[in-house]
Ligand binder design. Structure first.
Ligand code: C2G
Length: 448
């Protein structure tokens, strides 16, 4: 008996997939189909898969072509499956030509002509029209966002707004965008959603006008500086049936999501302390080092440690205390420690600009602790440690390049589902509340 094995995501199963399965089956007597797990797809950068693993497996089963189905969960599994299941032939579409030649050591490798004119991406786009995104601001983060957006299907960046026309024009040329504008109302008319990456203090105004104009908003962190402003923006979003989301990449990356579930699962017992640090060396002339109103380590970086603290311990802290070192000349906070006191737990956030320290995250529990080395906000690895060293567990995840693709994917999911994630909204409101407490001056300042 000749056994054939093939793999795929098989999202929104279409005749291209069925053609492939038929021809694969015809190569032998018995067909094994590997269907990718959600985690594995996320790992390999396939982010917009619409159907669950169960649905995709069921669809493959319904074709009546598969004699056996396996779940593909990790890189290198093909070798293990071929060996374990004694497959004689590995078959895959011609879009992969050459990429699986390494399997020739284990079995025969056949590339089958891909069916033209049909793909899951096209079906997804047909179901949900492309989101035409406009970028507000043309600075450093906006420049990093554009290449990341190319990894997310269902969205195209169409244009850019900057009140300084020359900056908008240069940005649109650099990224080959369809248009640029220095008129916000005209800009809004040409897009279905906006990504706000302008200076912090302008976020509220731009977000409000976009939501009122019926545009979805993905807003860079810190979204706003006060609890009231955050609540108001979410209210406007709800009134207008629009999605508003704060662009906190860490919250949506696979490793950090797993870390939070793991910490909350009771594996390390009850969480009694969270210590998170994020420091960054930046040249002294950059905006965040000069702007005494909206710059500084807290507004620039505190969102990340606060995300970890609030997701792990909740928002019912009893007291917050801040200590800041200020720059002698500008008065900007360059290093800040935030202490949050919970009824049964303690947390610290340390942020620094122009100061470098270990950027780790440590979550201490009554049974053990979780250690995430720097840069924990791009979670690729975390370790569970216990009194008995032999019980330690190491977990590895992928974090692709800048990671902005994760927040954008989540934003598109929210738009498609037509509802905001209430937990994420509350988190943004809570973070804004802590920023507000800090900015109101409940802080011990060390410096001029
Ligand atoms: N396919 C095809 N014609 C199409 C679309 C897809 O022949 N119009 C084939 C692909 O070449 C692949 C299979 O159908 O062999 C499944 O395609 P996808 O669901 O897109 O999965 P893919 O990302 O190609 O997974 O480990 C996973 C595999 O390496 C490939």
């Amino acid at each position: 008996m000749t056994k054939v094995i093939t793999y795929g995501t098989f999202d929104l199963l279409h005749y291209g997939h069925v053609n492939l399965l038929k021809r694969a089956k015809a190569l032998g007597d018995y067909l094994i189909v590997g269907v990718t797990s959600e985690n594995y797809d996320r790992y390999r950068g396939k982010l917009n898969v619409q159907q669950s693993l169960a649905e995709r497996m069921q669809n493959v089963l319904n074709t009546g072509l598969a004699d056996e189905i396996v779940v593909e969960e990790y890189e290198g599994q093909k070798i293990d499956d071929i060996t374990r299941l004694h497959a004689d032939i590995f078959a895959i579409g011609s879009d992969w030509v050459g990429r699986f030649d390494y399997l020739k050591e284990y079995c025969q490798v056949v590339y089958l002509e891909r069916t033209r004119g049909i793909s899951s991406t096209e079906l997804r786009d047909r179901q949900h029209p492309q989101i035409q995104l406009g970028v507000v601001g043309s600075g450093r983060i906006a420049n990093r966002f554009i290449p990341e957006s190319k990894f997310v299907s269902g969205v195209t960046v169409e244009g850019v707004y900057n009140p300084r026309s020359a900056s908008a024009e240069a940005f649109s040329q650099r990224h080959e965008l369809a248009f640029y504008s220095d008129d916000y109302d005209k800009f809004l008319k040409q897009v279905t959603a906006v990504y706000i990456a302008s200076p912090h203090e302008t976020h509220y105004g731009y977000a409000k006008r976009a939501l009122q104009a019926g545009k979805h908003v993905l807003c860079e962190k810190p979204m706003v500086f006060t609890k009231n402003e955050a609540e108001k923006l979410f209210e406007i979003a709800r009134e207008n049936n629009m999605i508003l989301m704060e662009a906190i990449k860490t919250a949506y990356c696979p490793g950090f999501r797993r870390l939070v579930s793991c910490a909350k699962s009771g594996k390390i017992g009850r969480i009694v302390s969270v210590d998170a640090a994020f420091t960054k060396l930046v040249p002294p002339h950059v905006r965040e080092m000069q702007d005494s109103e909206s710059g500084g380590s807290v507004t620039e970086l505190a969102t990340y440690p606060l995300l970890a603290i609030l997701q792990l311990l909740g928002s019912n802290y009893k007291h917050a205390q801040f200590y800041s070192l200020l720059d002698q000349k500008t008065g900007v906070d360059v290093f800040t420690q935030m202490h949050l006191q919970y009824p049964e737990a303690l947390a610290t956030a340390k942020v620094g600009l122009g100061v470098k320290s270990e950027g780790s995250l440590v979550i201490a529990g009554t049974r053990g602790y979780i250690y995430v080395p720097a840069p924990w906000w791009k979670t690729e690895y975390f370790e569970l440690r216990f009194e008995n060293l032999n019980e330690a567990e190491k977990n590895f995840y992928k974090f692709s390049e800048e990671g902005l693709r994760y927040e954008l994917t989540e934003f598109l999911t929210r738009i498609t589902e037509g509802r905001m994630d209430e937990g994420a909204c509350k988190l943004s409101v809570d973070i804004a509340g802590i920023m507000e407490e800090y900015r109101q001056g409940h802080v011990v300042k060390i410096g001029p």
